[in-house]
Design a protein around this ligand. Structure first.
Ligand code: 13P
Length: 251
């Protein structure tokens, strides 16, 4: 039985006052939840989030890291720094970074392994554009992105991460994948891992992300290969995020 997980990706949307209000509403609101909850926050707020959340069930993580260790690299943040601030998770290969900051399968793989080496759990994102879906290339694209870690590091290493399917046409658009569309890709991902290792595939947590909200979460989470969510905008609103976490508990 896979444990459900909901991850809030705050993206570049934080302030000290906003974080405090949000966490102070989430902590009591999520006390009864049995699933895991993580918030991925911008670097400057690790210390604040650690102080507020450390005695709660909410874990925190980063939205990226640098693959290099202790080198002269201006502006970079290492895996060790994330660990120093109690981060448990780190998002790797988000489509916004792939598209706007030119991350590739290779650089995502380097970040992935840096995270694993530091004992962090990568949340590894995959997904196709609308054009790629329309061209019938969804499985090819997602398969290629998955292979960047699966072929390189093998199923035993991939077992240490959480996967996230985030179709680009659903991220930030208010057009979520239908439960059937998402299930089809999640099943494909699990099947592809099963070709290497059935046990790893069975235990792999695969999150759905892209316009998740309190109204659509339950139907998506009810799908057999969807093990939780990666939530953008609705993770910034305490009531919405709590409602999504409750939906995953019931799913
Ligand atoms: P939205 O939930 O705002 O569509 O964002 C999804 C996302 O990118 C989470 O990583």
């Amino acid at each position: 039985m896979r444990r459900k997980l909901v991850v809030g990706n705050w993206k570049m949307n934080s302030s000290k006052a906003g974080n405090k209000a949000l966490l102070e509403a989430l902590i009591p609101g999520l006390q009864q939840e049995t699933s895991d909850v993580v918030v991925c926050v911008p670097y400057p707020y690790f210390a604040q989030v650690q102080t507020i959340a450390q005695t709660s069930k909410i874990k925190w993580g980063a939205q990226n890291l640098c693959a290099n260790k202790n080198t002269a690299l201006t502006g970079a943040v290492s895996a060790a720094m994330l660990v120093d601030y109690g981060c448990s998770h780190v998002i790797i290969g988000h489509s916004e970074r792939r598209l706007q900051l030119h991350e590739t399968d290779d650089t995502a793989a380097a970040r992935f392994t840096a995270a694993i080496d530091a004992g962090l759990t990568p949340i590894f994102c995959m997904g196709e554009t609308k054009e790629e879906r329309d061209a019938g290339s969804t499985e090819y694209i997602v398969g290629r992105q998955l292979d960047a870690i699966l072929r390189r590091f093998g199923p035993e290493t991939v077992a240490k991460c959480v996967l996230a399917y985030e179709p680009l046409w659903a991220v930030g658009t208010d057009v979520p994948a239908t439960p059937d569309q998402a299930q089809e890709v999640h099943h494909y991902i699990r099947k592809r891992i099963a070709r290497c290792d059935e046990n790893v595939a069975e235990n792999m947590r695969i999150l759905y992300g892209g316009s998740l909200n309190p109204n659509n979460a339950a139907a998506l989470f009810a799908m057999p290969d969807i093990d939780g969510g990666l939530v953008g905008r609705c993770s910034l609103n305490a009531n919405d995020f709590i409602a999504i976490c409750k939906a995953v508990d019931e799913g």
